[in-house]
Design a protein around this ligand. Structure first.
Ligand code: AMP
Length: 218
């Protein structure tokens, strides 16, 4: 299962991405989480992007794309991935496609969670109280939603034209959104779990000597 998830901030994409990843036994690759981890660890990259995150601005495409490439390469031996939070710009969309296709890992589906914009600020403020994210203050939240509207939302049309966009109603309880996602994946024939690794049955070789012309055992 190779999925891209695109949704406005606060639409619940992280929660759903996590569920899909768990169900299909694939890694959940969330660029926002990766960037926050760099900031928390105080790496050079973390110091470079902290201001962008705190202001609710996108970090430069090349920074995100290098992270995504690395994540895809390390997911290559598995059953796919859920990429959460990428792409967010048109150049990212093109580069992600090219990069994944070169690795033989192009996304099969782009999942979009639909949600009315008026609900997002309230949801994010509730999360702020819960998680204390540095970019969940009201002013930054409003800016992140604007950035989504101006730069990210237009990408959806690109995927719609390519017939790989599935849009699910995100304004429902978490388990109902998950149910609708499962239904959409099933309808597209994508809901099959990877075949389990069954131990091979022991080979029965008793008939072989007969097959090779030996006299049958008494
Ligand atoms: P998220 O956790 O997906 O809401 O992302 C949090 C923040 O990380 C965003 O507001 C951006 O500053 C940054 N970020 C995450 N993904 C990307 C991306 N694909 N392109 C640029 N910036 C990103």
């Amino acid at each position: 299962m190779r999925v891209l998830m695109i949704a406005a901030p606060g639409a619940g994409k992280g929660t759903q991405a996590e569920r899909i990843a768990e169900h299909f036994h694939v890694p959940h690759l969330a660029t926002g989480d990766m960037l926050r981890e760099h900031v928390a660890r105080g790496t050079e990259l973390g110091r470079e992007v902290k201001g962008h995150l705190d202001r609710g601005e996108l970090v430069p495409d090349e920074v995100v794309l290098a992270m995504v490439r690395q994540a895809l390469v390390s997911a290559r031996s598995g059953n796919g991935y859920v990429l959460d939070g990428v792409p967010r710009t048109m150049p990212q969309a093109r580069a992600c496609y090219q990069m994944a296709a070169e690795l033989g890992m192009a996304a099969e589906i782009v999942l979009h969670l639909r949600i009315e914009e008026a609900l997002l600020v309230g949801r994010l403020l509730a999360r702020a109280a819960d998680q204390g994210r540095s970019d969940d203050t009201e002013e930054v939240i409003r800016h992140r939603i604007e950035v989504y509207d101006e730069v990210t939302r237009p990408i959806l049309a690109w995927y719609r034209e390519r017939n790989i966009l599935v849009s699910v109603d995100g304004d429902q309880p978490v388990s109902d959104v998950a149910r609708d996602i499962r239904a959409a994946l099933t309808a597209l024939g994508l809901a099959e779990l990877p075949a389990p690794h069954r131990p091979r049955a022991a080979l029965d070789l008793t008939g072989l000597d007969t097959a090779f012309g030996a006299a049958p055992h008494p």
